[in-house]
Design a protein around this ligand. Sequence first.
Ligand code: IMP
Length: 420
Amino acid sequence: MSCTVIIGSQWGDEGKAKMVDYFSRDADVVVRYQGGANAGHTVVVNGKKYIFHLVPSGILHENKMCVIGNGLALDPLQLLEELDKLELEGLDVKKRLLISDSVHLILPYHKVLDEAMEELRDNKLGTTHRGIGPCYADKCLRIGVRAGDIFDADSLKERVEFLLKLKNLQLERVFGKKPFAMKEIMDIISLFKERAGKMITNTSDYLHASVKSGKKLLLEGAQGYGLDIDHGTYPFVTSSNPTIGGALLGSGLNSFNVSSVVGIVKAYVTRVGEGPFPTEDTGNDGDRLRVNGKEFGSTTGRPRRCGWFDIELLKHSCLINGFTTLALTKLDVLTGFKKIKVAVRYEHNGKDAGYSQSSLDSVEPVYEELNGWDENLSKVKTYDTLPSQAKDYIRFLEKNIGAKISTVSVGPERENTFLL
Ligand code: IMP
């Protein structure tokens, strides 16, 4: 039995897609389990950059099956756009992608409502405006449209008529926005059915059959622990569960199927959007991390907030996710810093403060400083050839987090990765 789950351990953008691409070499099936086009997963192969929002990052390995699980919020037009781009690259995607019949569809009113809600709020969340929150809200209200619903024309029509009554009332009366016409929504659904209908199936059955026949599965998370709607810094979170529970719910697999859980850990911390970030550096060091690490959102282009490694955040991420091992990414970005800071604990009013997501904006991180290095790491292929200060940094993180780092990435390409 082999099923590896890849999870972002901080606030997203840890470099998951690159690691998914790396671990996909050993997998037969790659599965996305939550989130939607709010994610921007970047993979670089032979100098060419690919950004995926919905299609699993494993798609670049030609012989792998890819699955969009029931836990996503799926924007049909975005998916078709991604499929077009991949086909232009010569990748035969249609035979290798399955879509859960239970996945909820993002329709245009979700995106308008997402933006309108943000406009209205004083205390903005900084969402990606991709309609994620409104789509998951409809799922919980039991009024969403699922991929499998598009095959029953009569009940679909009835459902969309009801939805438009509701959404148009809200759009016009609450937000003063233009209403949507039935035709506009049905045209999108028809296009989706025509182009992707054959890919829609019961994917949890497919995954269990795959497990039974000895196939290797890789589950690809989006966002990260700190953005989890239950365990993150609520309300500054996304509307799904990027953590281990979400991997099971969003794929239909069970806990006995999982053989390893890999936490993707960036060598420093970033956050995009609003919300507490104890180790944020708003000065020169933060700017330097942003420039060196090209820390600009791949979905929205927004500059990411940057700061130092946070041990407390990681320890709690380990507790919630039960990582069996960690993969450290973007170590090369720290090259050139004379001193590298690591927050080892928090204080509040001069006293030790434990970790609580609800009080993160009032804690003071307590830092230790480690010596940096000047060597360019882009050609490093083994742990032994790392500068001694970089080795010390890795060992310091492992000791303080209390978990093993088994993989290190020192650049965007597949070959910039090695095992410890
Ligand atoms: P939403 O997921 O668009 O509703 O946005 C909610 C919060 O999650 C905002 O702070 C976003 O910036 C953040 N967020 C959503 N997706 C990602 C991601 O893939 N990486 C990092 N932050 C994200």
